[in-house]
Design a protein around this ligand. Structure first.
Ligand code: SAM
Length: 447
């Protein structure tokens, strides 16, 4: 098999990155744009020692689960890899991804149930982050990068986010040149506007717009431009700038400044109103996230007056949601802006039993000198270090609730916890990222 070969392949399975898997002469081939039961013609793009990568060039015999994608940009944009598969089957494929990953990486023979579906499968993504690029012609484009590339696709309409985001971004594309604002150039590190980030609230329908600048300060034209954005849309409740002059792929720099309006939006989860800032973490799909928060709250309610540690807390969403049933909650989060938003929520809701620590989880665990009945772990995609898991075990009496957006690192961490004597009671997937291969999981572990 060689690069550029065109092969006829029958797709057997789905990979953890949402590509089809086929075999040819005993070799594994990952085929993008395909799903199980398809027979496709595929072009080989890369041959490695143990596997090859290919892209579908023609579907010879489609799986019965293929549908017409509802977005005309589905093939070029790269964000919704699975949009050509019917939603019920997407859920089944994600279930298989979790099951296979738990077995392969975690050594866990555990029956994974069907993911809890997202209440909305269109217009569900309430956070948008578009790179802004200056073309040599002077035209400004904004959208997503093509798969495995840094080539920006200009996206005028995206049906998985609230429609107002398309309108705000089109306004920015059109009006930026009038204010002498240029888009970023990754090759020369020149240009002013690197990213537009919009946080939207499903509850209040407010939008917070953040312009990420290739600069350390705000010029008059940026201030005037921010005013034009705020005045252009009733539902824009605030405009912020973030300063990121570094040569990096990381979107946000360290400092954010609010230029107009409020520096947060409000979102409702169960019966509590939360504050979400420009670069504080919050789940992108609020109604699907609410299903997870309800499940974790129910789990905590089975205990009598438990003491709960909420680690990797963000704006302390889990901590605040379970505070109704807990004797005491400690929420630990390293991002100070998130802790500051959480503080306001505690005051507004007169919640007295949640303590907040703006600290690294490991540092907190090493110095806390106490035990909790339940520990909620909700780390970033890379999961927890062994040190964090060891310290969690030392400081947890009964149960760990592990919330994860990455099945591979969850499987790795569960394997380690099982080696230390824990028992995985169950794993429930939740679909927060419809039409993509991403899947969130909540696992209950007895220690
Ligand atoms: C997946 S988010 C979860 C946030 C929150 N539990 C929620 O559901 O909204 C992970 C959070 O962990 C924080 N974080 C990352 N590394 C950390 C560390 N070493 N110690 C404490 N917090 C950390 C991030 O800032 C982020 O807010």
């Amino acid at each position: 098999m060689q690069r550029n070969d065109i092969l006829t392949l029958t797709i057997d399975k789905i990979s953890n990155l949402g590509t089809g898997i086929a075999k040819f002469d005993g070799e594994v081939i990952f085929v993008s744009g395909s799903c199980p039961d398809d027979v496709v013609k595929a072009k080989i793009n890369k041959v490695s020692k143990n596997y090859a990568e290919a892209e579908t060039v023609e579907v010879l015999s489609p799986s019965g689960h293929r549908i017409q994608p509802f977005c005309p940009m589905q093939k070029v944009c790269g964000s919704c890899q699975m949009q050509f598969i019917d939603y019920e089957y997407q859920l089944e494929l994600k279930r298989q991804i979790v099951q296979d990953t738990m077995k392969k990486i975690g050594g866990l023979d555990i029956e994974i149930p069907k993911p809890v579906p997202s209440p909305k499968i269109r217009n569900y993504r309430y956070k948008v982050q578009y790179p802004v690029v200056q073309k040599p012609s002077g035209r400004i484009i904004a959208g997503y990068y093509k798969p495995q590339s840094h080539e920006c696709v200009n996206i005028k309409y995206c049906p998985i986010q609230p429609q107002i985001c398309d309108e705000i971004i089109e306004f920015i594309r059109e009006k930026a040149p009038e204010y002498d604002i240029t888009g970023y150039d990754e090759k020369t590190y020149g240009g002013m506007l690197r990213h537009v980030v919009i946080r939207c609230s499903e509850y209040s329908e407010e939008n917070l717009v953040t312009l990420v600048l290739n600069s350390e300060n705000v010029s008059k034209n940026i201030k005037d431009f921010a005013k034009a954005i705020k005045n252009g849309f009733d539902k824009v409740s605030g405009v912020c700038v973030n300063f990121n002059p570094k040569k990096t792929n990381v979107i946000f720099g360290e400092k954010t400044q609010c230029l107009l309006g409020k520096d947060y939006i409000e979102e409702k989860i169960i019966d509590k109103i939360f504050k979400i800032g420009a670069d504080t973490f919050f789940q992108v799909n609020p109604s699907s996230a609410e299903n997870i928060f309800k499940a974790v709250k129910d789990e905590v309610s089975r205990f009598e007056n438990p003491k709960v540690l909420d680690a990797y807390a963000g704006i302390a969403t889990f901590g605040i949601v379970v505070s109704d049933y807990a004797k005491e909650v400690v929420s630990v989060e390293e991002n100070e802006a998130s802790i500051s938003m959480a503080k306001d929520v505690l005051i507004q809701n007169n919640i007295k039993n949640v303590k907040l620590y703006a600290q690294d989880t490991l540092k907190y665990l090493k110095s806390c000198g106490r035990k909790f009945d339940i520990t909620i772990l909700d780390p970033p995609r890379k999961g927890c270090t062994r040190e964090v898991l060891d310290e969690t075990l030392t400081h947890t009496k009964t149960e760990i609730i592990y919330v994860s957006c990455n099945p591979s690192t969850l499987a790795r961490d569960l394997k380690y916890l099982c080696e230390k004597g824990c028992k995985v009671k169950n794993i429930q997937p939740y679909d927060m990222f419809c039409h993509t291969y991403h899947i969130e999981n909540v696992s209950i572990i007895s220690v």
